[in-house]
Ligand binder design. Structure first.
Ligand code: PEP
Length: 244
């Protein structure tokens, strides 16, 4: 896959004024970079960003989606249909923070993937092992079991993000050899389960910064990045996008 995709995950950060400044800076990215750039603000600001990004190639992304597809009595939830209505294109599904703090497992995530499919949204399925799992030699087993949720996913649109949990927000980046190995394994798994791995981007996430982005993007099999903390600083995020 030639064009890299870079998605900035703001997590639970943002205020209307700060968001406007960040978006203004991103709109100034050279046109060639903007085609593969997305921004995932908190749900509270999807309306603000949707309006600001309208007519630009920057993709609006959501950090999560309800497992319930239809409207109804699900207080606090935001449905895939609502996200689509706001102009969202990509949705993070199964981010490690959702798995850790909200107990999201494959049963919940299967519903979320299906909700995305029904509303024409592209899910970004996040997978990755903890440090304990890596040290126990179980990284691949864990990742394959997280990927197995895709066996029931009938949609074609899909992005996978490999995010080793021990590299998220820690400043520790996986070594290029480790990234290459896991990306190749993910692509092999996708092929084995009948998905054309050439059409599915596999992003790397975990402490991607301006000074390591170029090295990460040059790893074979890396089709882009999911960027957390570094996406909150316009200049840093722009440097990462420029390296893609
Ligand atoms: C993330 O939130 O998906 C992420 C990779 O965070 P960070 O870049 O801060 O490690």
């Amino acid at each position: 896959m030639s064009e890299k995709l870079v998605i900035g995950n703001w997590k639970m950060n943002g205020r209307t004024g700060r968001n406007a400044d960040l978006i203004a800076a991103l709109k100034a990215l050279p046109a060639v970079c903007r085609d593969g750039v997305g921004v995932a603000p908190p749900a509270a600001y999807l309306g603000q960003l949707g309006a600001a990004l309208a007519g630009t190639p920057l993709a609006l992304c959501a950090q999560d989606v309800s497992r319930f597809a239809g409207d109804g009595a699900y207080t606090g939830e935001v449905s895939a249909a609502m996200l689509a209505d706001l102009g969202v294109r990509y949705v993070l599904v199964g981010h490690s923070e959702r798995r850790q703090y909200f107990g999201e497992d494959n049963t919940v995530l299967a519903d979320k993937l299906e909700a995305c499919r029904q509303s024409g949204l592209t899910p970004v399925l996040c997978v990755g092992e903890t440090l304990a799992e890596r040290e126990a030699g179980a990284a691949l087993t864990v990742i394959r079991s997280q990927l197995s949720v895709l066996e029931a996913y009938a949609g074609r649109a899909l992005v996978v993000a490999y995010e080793p949990v021990w590299a998220i927000g820690t400043g520790k980046v996986a070594e290029t050899g480790q990234i290459e190995e896991i990306h190749q394994e993910i692509k092999k798994w996708l092929l084995q389960c009948g998905r054309g791995a050439d059409n599915i981007r596999v992003l790397y996430g975990g402490s991607v910064k301006a000074d390591n982005a170029e090295a990460i993007f040059s790893v074979p099999g890396v089709d882009g990045a999911l960027v957390g903390g570094a996406s909150l600083d316009a200049e840093t995020f722009k440097s990462i996008c420029n390296a893609a």
